[in-house]
Design a protein around this ligand. Structure first.
Ligand SMILES: C[S@@+](CC[C@H](N)C(=O)[O-])C[C@H]1O[C@@H](n2cnc3c(N)ncnc32)[C@H](O)[C@@H]1O
Ligand SMILES: Nc1nc2[nH]cc(C(=O)O)c2c(=O)[nH]1
Ligand code: SF4
Ligand SMILES: [Mg+2]
Length: 207
């Protein structure tokens, strides 16, 4: 029986939820509760969470229940990720989190319309399904994954689509980290409007 996901966002397909340290990007190093929603059709060949792709595999869970879990942890930061979280209407989830004085952060490819109230939007654009201009305009952080050297020029194209204050990060694709990190280091030293982002949770061996 296929999921019928209510359009009001009161129930969402939940793959996992865990309390950890945000490992990537601008908020790297901050404790946060992660909410990983199932479902993604962007199809990145190097995606590090392919088990998330099929929404049907992840139980529909009440947003109120998820918020009640998040509220039990000392850090008042939630990262909503996936899968591609913007497939769903995130207005109810984020309003309920913010009503509990919890800051709302999202990790998104931007491939779906923006919903939800966000304290921090991390846009990680993908070649496989282009981001929507409305998400690029609202992003606080642009985090481009570098898989090969052509990705620097591609990153610059996306930098033109974000707002002037948007933070710019280059993050090595994990299977290519040895080859790409030195190129990123060199690029950032020559183009200091960009910063390095590493998946520090993978070095710390934490979720
Ligand atoms: C798994 S995705 C989920 C959120 C959303 N679908 C997206 O892609 O932004 C979370 C973050 O991990 C990054 N990511 C996924 N696989 C990666 C890999 N193999 N190496 C480096 N970063 C990766 C994505 O670009 C994104 O910034
Ligand atoms: N620690 C930790 N930080 C992260 N930042 C973004 C992640 C994600 O998968 O969205 C992630 C993750 O999976 N773990
Ligand atoms: S958009 Fe995100 S979740 Fe979807 S395949 Fe790409 S990295 Fe994975
Ligand atoms: Mg991850």
């Amino acid at each position: 029986m296929a999921h019928v996901i209510p359009a009001d966002g009161t129930q969402l397909p939940l793959m996992e939820e865990f309390y950890t340290i945000q490992g990537e990007g601008y908020n790297s190093g901050k404790a946060a509760y992660f909410i990983r929603l199932g479902g993604c059709d962007v199809g990145c060949p190097w995606c590090d969470v392919k088990e998330s792709w099929d929404a049907e595999q992840h139980p529909l869970t009440s947003a109120d229940t998820i918020v009640s879990h998040a509220a039990q942890y000392p850090a008042k930061n939630v990262v909503v990720t996936g899968g591609e979280p913007l497939i769903y209407n995130l207005d109810y989830l984020t309003t309920t989190l913010q009503n509990q004085q919890i800051r709302t952060f999202i990790e998104t490819s931007g491939a779906y319309p923006l919903s939800g109230q966000w304290d921090w939007i991390c846009l990680s654009p993908k070649k496989f399904k282009a981001p929507m201009p409305e998400v690029a305009a609202a992003a606080h952080e642009l985090k481009v994954i570098v898989f090969n050297k052509s990705d620097f020029a591609w990153a610059e194209q996306h930098a033109k689509t974000v707002s002037p204050g948007c933070k710019l990060f280059l993050q090595p694709e994990w299977s290519r980290v040895k080859e790409m990190t030195p190129l990123i280091v060199d690029y950032v030293m020559n183009n200091p409007q960009w910063e390095v982002s590493l998946q520090t949770h993978k070095y710390m061996d934490i979720p």
